[in-house]
Design a protein around this ligand. Structure first.
Ligand SMILES: [Zn+2]
Length: 200
């Protein structure tokens, strides 16, 4: 092995296994050749110095590089940007929660009204169903008290007469509101599920 070959192996020496023939030859050459031994020593010192030069990458720098790369990606394909997507889904989700909550409130309130209707004496609940009795009373009754009371029911009854088939679905009935709110809650639930599916 000549000096040139030996100097080309300097860089490999540390990585070669101890019993590697090239390593053994180089070591033998270094023992015999003073100039190469000197150069090798310098080389090793250089390597050691390089090892201890602190190359610190602060988190800010790393973050900046990261952001620049991601910005370029998002500029090329904006639909991947998490801010846009997350913001939109969060807004939609908040709105959905609001809707579900309000429908739940309507459901609970109408259920309460239904219970009240069931447990109060049948006077009031019977009135909108028949419709004939109060009008008869209104015609017959001349007292101001009963007249006022029945005039309120008369409006709903008259609506019932105009649209006979719409009577059971009139908003005056708690069942109507219960069905409506149930439908609303189901709608909110389905759209919530759809939202979660699109996110994946
Ligand atoms: Zn040499």
């Amino acid at each position: 092995m000549n000096c040139k070959e030996a100097q080309e192996l300097f860089g490999l020496l540390r990585d070669l296994p101890e019993q590697h023939p090239q390593r053994l030859m180089l070591e033998q050459h270094l023992l015999g050749c003073e100039s190469c031994a000197g150069e090798y020593q310098q080389w090793e010192e250089c390597l050691d110095m390089l090892q201890y030069i602190p190359i610190e990458v602060t988190e800010e720098q790393a973050e900046a590089v990261n952001r620049r790369v991601m910005d370029r990606i998002y500029a090329e394909s904006p639909w991947l940007a998490p801010d846009v997507k997350r913001g939109v889904t969060r807004r939609i989700r908040r709105r959905l929660v609001f809707w579900a909550a309000s429908f739940l409130a309507i459901f609970v309130i109408s259920f309460g009204f239904l219970l009240m209707d069931r447990f109060t004496p049948d006077q009031e609940s019977a009135e909108p169903m028949t419709g004939i009795l109060p009008t008869a009373v209104v015609v017959a009754g001349s007292e101001s008290d009963t007249y006022e009371e029945f005039s309120i029911t008369l409006t709903s009854v008259s609506r019932g007469i105009v649209e006979p088939f719409a009577v059971p679905m009139s908003p005056a009935y708690p069942q109507y509101w219960m069905y409506l709110s149930m439908g609303g809650m189901l709608l909110a639930l389905f759209s919530w599920k759809g939202l979660r599916r699109t996110k994946r």
